[in-house]
Design a protein around this ligand. Structure first.
Ligand code: AMP
Length: 211
């Protein structure tokens, strides 16, 4: 089963993606996490991506499609995958559809996590993440320790106010059209109210998937 998670930055795609991945027994693939690891490793892909990410701009489609091609044709995703933030432009949606078609697969579900802008800004501005395992936290400070792996918590560069504003406008201009693209290709986009407690949102997503 292949599930695409759409929604603005801060909507909780990563958290919900992890919970759904555990529940469904398939891996979550977050291109943002793949890129952050590439930056940390100092790889060519990481070097190409870093400046775009720091500003809150999208990394070029060719880089993302390279990652998705590797991932979607690897045994790791043989049973399926949850694609978290991995489809952010119409060319990416087309590229993913093509890659999957080549291996006789397709996107089965598209989930759209909906949250108002004001709440997104508050969420992203108050977020820290573990620099080792990427787990996000609200209400913890940079320098605190991760509950999961003991890693150090940091504020992401792209969670600074100016980058947040840029990411939201990039979402409106480049990612929102992906919703229409899926609908136009005959896919039902399942809209999830992503406000409220984490487990309430998960319950809505599970119900929408009929899982
Ligand atoms: P995220 O962790 O999903 O918030 O992604 C962090 C940043 O990584 C984004 O602001 C982009 O710069 C980059 N990124 C992640 N996924 C993609 C994608 N599918 N297309 C373009 N850029 C991406």
């Amino acid at each position: 089963m292949i599930i695409v998670l759409l929604g603005p930055p801060g909507a909780g795609k990563g958290t919900q993606g992890d919970l759904l991945a555990t529940r469904l027994g398939i891996p979550k693939i977050a291109t943002g996490d793949v890129l952050r690891v590439a930056i940390k490793d100092g790889s060519k892909r990481g070097l190409e991506a870093k400046a775009f990410m720091d500003r809150g701009d999208l990394v070029p489609d060719a880089v993302i499609l390279g990652i998705l091609q590797d991932v979607m044709t690897s045994p790791q995703t043989a049973k399926g995958a949850i694609l978290d933030g991995a489809v952010r432009t119409v060319p990416q949606a087309e590229g993913v559809a093509r890659t999957l078609e080549e291996v006789g697969r397709k996107v089965d579900y598209v989930l759209l996590f909906d949250v108002e802008d004001d709440e997104l800004v508050a969420r992203l501005g108050g977020r820290t993440v573990c620099q080792e395992c990427q787990t996000p936290y609200m209400g913890k400070l940079p320098g605190d320790k991760c509950n999961k792996c003991g890693g150090r918590l940091v504020r992401r560069k792209d969670d600074e106010p100016e980058a947040i504003r840029n990411r939201l406008s990039v979402y409106r201009e480049q990612t929102k059209p992906v919703i229409g693209w899926y609908e136009g290709s005959g896919m039902k986009v399942l809209r999830i109210d992503a406000t409220g407690a984490v487990d309430e949102v998960t319950a809505r997503a599970v119900k929408a998937l009929g899982a």
